[in-house]
Design a protein around this ligand. Structure first.
Ligand SMILES: *Cc1c(COP(=O)(O)O)cnc(C)c1O
Length: 364
């Protein structure tokens, strides 16, 4: 039962990363841990394009996505919704007992900066959530255009999820003026699941300090207090911190510009493969994600059969569509450590498997 994942998370983890995780445990209050934490901090700040601290939370991304709302929403949060993850953020805010507005766009559409401006102009909101790269639909919103709108509303704290775009394309936090950026370990960073990373601006931290109902586990103020000592509030997932350190070395060795270029090249190559088979992107091409491609299954291929062949014959797995797009779209990740060679192998396997895949299953 050994196969390689090309689903948009979790994704394949390199042998080098896995080996890094097997180092002996250290105490999370020891000077060894402090040295580890402080050594990776500047590298993380550089990848996030920020001078703000980067906190490490032991949870999947949702832990911090919920935590950010609890820390930062005092009056009302506006949730930009254009896919499964961003839709759920609204539900999460409501479950946290917050007043939450829904700014809805069709699945596959990006967040529209003009619509955002109109809604924020009502003055009803003190924070905004949005997802840069909606993984469910393979849609990447225009973050610089959105950030320009957000900067017109200095009292509104911006919370941006970059779970599947972090380190795929440059996201220049401080220059864009974004308050909070969240990412997770098992997508663009190609680590196993279980670690979330979040960088928080000083004004967001000041807001958090006045929020009465922010809990403990994801309390940004606790994170900051511990950060100043080179530590985390509770015992972190130390093997994943080792893995993160190793990944940061990989990124440094490749060079971040080369990493962005590699993602773009492999993403384009898969798009070209799709186009040659009559698969257009589900979103408009200019808003297509650069870390995955979400193709419309217009030809009505039996995606379950396709994946079965891919897995049993080639040891590869792609995704057959998320939620209500199951069967109507399929998604292929090019995140993490993929190379021209591994994507070439995937394409050869896809061609081989497609040839024996039944079609005509009407995508309802
Ligand atoms: C996967 C994903 C999440 C959720 O991450 P978990 O690690 O499962 O909590 C959130 N946002 C985006 C954009 C994602 O792709």
């Amino acid at each position: 039962m050994s196969y390689k994942l090309f689903i948009p998370g979790p994704i394949a983890v390199s042998e080098r990363t896995l080996r890094a995780m097997t180092r002996p445990m250290i105490g999370h209050r020891s000077s060894d841990f402090v040295a580890l934490y402080q050594a990776i901090q500047p590298k993380l700040q550089s990848l996030f394009f920020t001078r703000d601290p980067v906190y490490l939370a032991t949870s999947s991304a949702w832990g911090v996505m919920e935590g950010a709302v609890r820390n930062l929403c005092r009056r009302k949060v506006l949730n930009c919704m254009n896919g499964a993850f961003s839709d759920k953020w609204n539900d999460v805010a409501l479950r946290c007992g917050r007043a939450a507005g829904a700014l809805r766009f069709d699945w596959g559409k990006p967040v529209d900066p003009e619509a955002l401006r109109r809604e924020l102009a009502t003055g009803a909101y003190d924070c905004v959530t949005l997802i840069h790269n909606e993984t469910s639909t393979g849609t990447m919103s225009d973050l610089p255009a959105i950030a320009a709108v957000l900067r017109e509303f200095p009292d509104v704290i911006s919370i941006v999820d970059t779970v599947s775009s972090f380190s795929v394309v440059p996201i220049e936090k401080d220059q864009l003026g974004i308050d909070v950026i969240i990412t997770g370990s098992q997508k663009a960073l190609a680590l196993p699941p279980g670690l979330a990373l979040v960088t928080v601006s000083a004004r967001a931290l000041a807001r958090a300090a006045t929020s009465p109902d922010r809990g403990y586990y994801f309390d940004f103020v606790e994170f900051q207090k511990n950060h100043e000592q080179g530590m985390t509030p509770s015992t972190p997932v130390i093997p994943l911190v080792y893995a993160l350190q190793s990944k940061l070395e990989d990124i440094e060795a490749e060079g971040v510009a080369a990493r962005y270029a590699r993602h773009l090249r492999l993403n384009e190559r898969l798009r070209a493969w799709g186009a040659a088979h009559g698969f257009s992107l589900f979103p408009e091409a200019r808003y297509g994600s650069r870390s995955l491609n979400c193709f419309a299954n217009a030809a009505g291929y039996d995606l379950a059969a396709l994946n079965k062949t891919l897995k049993s014959k080639h040891g590869l797995v792609i995704d057959g569509g998320y939620g209500k797009l199951k069967g109507k779209t399929f998604r292929i990740s090019n995140m993490g450590d993929e190379t021209d060679e591994t994507i070439g192998d995937l394409i050869a396997a896809l061609d081989n498997a497609l040839a024996s895949t039944p079609r005509g299953v009407a995508p309802s």
